[in-house]
Design a protein around this ligand. Structure first.
Ligand SMILES: NC(=O)c1ccc[n+]([C@@H]2O[C@H](COP(=O)([O-])OP(=O)(O)OC[C@H]3O[C@@H](n4cnc5c(N)ncnc54)[C@H](O)[C@@H]3O)[C@@H](O)[C@H]2O)c1
Length: 424
């Protein structure tokens, strides 16, 4: 008997969309019936990927609104540019589709409210595809926090520290979306890679919330210097006065007293890091310590960092990763891409709320436009809206399953015979 499949469609098939499409097609029970990009060559590439991976031919669209008129798919995956994610997501929910969106920040608070209200009114899910919530390190650290290893959490840090000078500067040649944002905006443009895992660690929107933030931006020099060195003389944007500061630092205060610091750092030379830091009353984790992450716990007592990957990660491996290693880790950012896509696919196929819901999506994305406001006002604190409208103090229970990122749901792994005790 052939496996029952649920139909999906995909919009935005550039670098990210094509890789994610391939990964998505490897998930049991999914079928992609339509693909769309406003550029024909990219839309055709989407058709070819589906044909190559499945032997089926999806329909091709250059206008996503035309694609949304179809009634034969249940979920839409959005891999377009930052400023187009939300409007496509809102249109899709209104057309009766569940939505998964790639990460990026919001351009306005209104955009975030539109996502929340449309999801509430239509009953359709809107999940931010924050793959870093499913990273192997982040999941083991989440497990450690929830087991109380770090004590009560008081402070966290994270960032998007990625040398993207070439990608940004050649945005027009590569038809890539980042350049125009760096020309025109100034703030924490890409907050969610570390903010997502941080928010789940400290129960944001479920017993806790972000209250206020303030942001400060350094001067902007890195892109001009890179262009002077790497572009031909007279290249038109070499001396462009980019708005985006090279390093933007944001501080967030939470209702339960924690502080969070974020760094956005993409236009000066540096190795990649999300510089994750978790500090609690019993110890600390620091991603940048010893170049591969290290832990110090009060109980160690000898003032020495212990490398995270020397035993601690294995000891506290999240059961989802134990299962994934046995099943076979798929490609895509060390395996996390397949997990976040699987989480969305499962929520649509089984009909339950996704583990990253519309309130998480709106709250994490809102940090971008709030930080832009703060920078523009000389680092004034700005309030973070409560997109749950008070429900954060008394939420409906979340769906408990293997992809849940609010808690480690050990019972969900029993049928897979995955050991969930420490050290097993
Ligand atoms: N989670 C991750 O690890 C990760 C990694 C890379 C990129 N991303 C995110 O994925 C998204 C896409 O990244 P990218 O590098 O492929 O960007 P890109 O700018 O190269 O591609 C965006 C694509 O969307 C298409 N598009 C834009 N508006 C459209 C519309 N209205 N209708 C149809 N198509 C439209 C464009 O034509 C383009 O092909 C971004 O949000 C990026 O931040 C996430």
């Amino acid at each position: 008997m052939s496996e029952k499949k649920t139909n999906f469609a995909v919009v935005g098939i550039s670098g990210r969309g094509s890789g994610m499409l391939e990964n998505f097609l490897a998930i049991p029970g999914v079928r992609v019936v339509a693909v769309c990009d406003k550029y024909e060559d990219r839309a055709k590439n989407g058709v070819e990927i589906v044909e190559r991976e499945t032997g089926e031919t999806p329909d091709m669209y250059l206008d996503y609104k035309e694609m949304l008129k179809r009634d034969d798919f249940e979920g839409l995956l959005v891999f377009t540019t930052w400023i187009t994610h939300s409007r496509i997501a809102v249109d899709a929910m209104r057309a009766g589709k569940h939505v998964a969106m790639e990460v990026g920040g919001a351009a306005s608070i209104e955009e975030c409210w539109q996502l929340v209200r449309t999801s509430e009114e239509t009953g359709k899910y809107c999940m931010l595809l924050e793959n870093c919530c499913y990273d192997r390190n982040e999941m083991a650290l989440f497990n450690m926090v929830k087991q109380g290893i770090f004590g009560e959490i008081v402070h966290l840090e994270g960032g998007y520290r990625h040398d993207l000078r070439s990608e940004i500067c050649h945005g027009r040649e590569n038809r890539h979306g980042r350049l125009y944002n760096f020309m025109n905006r100034n703030g924490e443009l890409y907050p969610t890679h570390q903010l997502g895992p941080i928010a789940k660690v400290i129960d944001i929107n479920r017993g806790n919330r972000f209250l206020t933030l303030c942001s400060m931006a350094s001067k902007s020099r890195g892109l001009n210097e890179w262009l002077r060195k790497n572009e031909v003389e007279g290249y038109d944007i070499t001396e462009y006065p980019f708005n985006q500061g090279d390093v933007v630092t944001t501080m967030i205060k939470c209702a339960n007293g924690e502080t969070v610091v974020l760094h956005h750092d993409c236009s000066v030379p540096r190795p990649y890091s999300r510089n994750y830091v978790i500090e609690g009353t019993k110890g600390i984790y620091s991603e940048d310590q010893d170049s591969c992450g290290a832990v110090y716990l009060d109980e160690f007592g000898d003032d020495e960092w212990v490398p995270f990957k020397d035993g601690l990660r294995d000891k506290y491996e999240h059961p989802l990763w134990k299962k994934y290693v046995i099943d076979g880790v798929k490609r895509g950012h060390g395996g996390m891409d397949y997990l976040v896509l699987s989480a969305f696919a499962e929520s649509v196929i089984e009909g339950h709320e996704p583990p990253i819901d519309v309130y998480d999506t709106a709250t994490w994305m809102a940090i971008t436009c709030l930080s832009e406001q703060s920078v523009a006002m000389g680092s004034m604190p700005v309030p973070v809206p409560d997109f749950t409208n008070g429900m954060w103090i008394d939420r409906e229970p979340f769906h408990r399953g293997i992809y849940t990122v609010n808690e480690v749901c050990e019972e969900a792994f029993e049928k897979y015979q995955i050991a969930t005790e420490d050290g097993e």
